[in-house]
Design a protein around this ligand. Structure first.
Ligand code: HPA
Ligand code: MG
Length: 235
């Protein structure tokens, strides 16, 4: 019977699809975008369909790496709010693997936590972690944290440290996006990653700017006018 310990010996590398600095995305004119956001976006960096294809590939890799013998479950932990769409699509695509494969399976349970560190397009430096429910349930369990974006990496380092206090058996991290920052290196590398993007503020597919743009299908680059229009004054 396969186990996570056994599969952890495999060489797990994030292997993201790298979007080069020279690529500035597709013109908005090729897409149907909500009228209320059209003037505040620069371009479509990653169209929705492309996101789905990449998540399918990630789901298949995660399934192959982490399939375990019943009744041990993988706890898929959604980092709200930004991670909710990636979480939902990733879990659903792992479920597809479970339906279609008769040689192995990956039972899952679903948990939700909430973090907040960004005000406007800057990290506030402090991280709020709101556990939804009793985190003692991750004790001795295998956990997969599912996050939308890793930027400085500080949020994930802090979150992992916090979760370690509840003594899980293993913790892995899947992030849809990592950012290639110009100023300094990201301090965290996820185990699974969809895309590595240039240093732009990106929105859509549940990624927000001050709670706006979550209701946008494609992952887009925010324009300066959008930064200004939806800016808030930190209280
Ligand atoms: N977009 C949305 N949320 C974020 C980003 C981003 O580019 N970086 C860190 N949090
Ligand atoms: Mg986020």
């Amino acid at each position: 019977m396969a186990s996570i310990e056994k599969s952890s010996k495999k060489n797990i590398e994030a292997n993201p699809l790298i979007i080069p600095d020279s690529y500035e995305g597709y013109s908005l004119s090729y897409f149907n975008l909500p009228l209320h956001y059209r003037n505040d976006l620069k371009s479509v960096l990653i169209p929705y369909g492309f996101v789905q294809d990449r998540i399918e590939a990630l789901a298949s890799r995660i399934f192959d790496d982490l399939h375990i013998g019943m009744p041990e479950q993988l706890i898929c932990m959604c980092v709200l709010k930004g991670g909710y769409r990636f979480f939902s699509d990733l879990v659903s695509k792992i479920q597809n693997e479970n339906r279609l494969r008769s040689d192995r399976s990956l039972p899952m349970s679903l948990e939700f936590i909430r973090t907040r560190s960004y005000i406007n397009d800057q990290s506030s430096g402090s991280l709020e972690i709101i556990g939804l429910g009793d985190l003692n349930k991750i004790k001795n369990k295998n956990v997969l944290i599912i996050e939308d974006i890793i930027d400085s990496g500080i949020t994930m380092v802090t979150l992992k440290e916090e979760l370690e206090k509840f003594h899980p058996k293993t913790i892995r991290v899947a992030s849809l996006i990592t950012k290639r920052r110009k100023d300094k290196k990201c301090v965290f590398k996820p185990d699974y990653c969809g895309f590595e993007v240039p240093d732009h503020f990106v929105v859509g597919y549940a990624l927000d700017y001050n709670e706006y743009f979550r209701d946008l299908e494609h992952i887009c680059i925010l324009k300066e006018s959008g930064v200004t229009k939806y800016k808030v004054t930190p209280s």
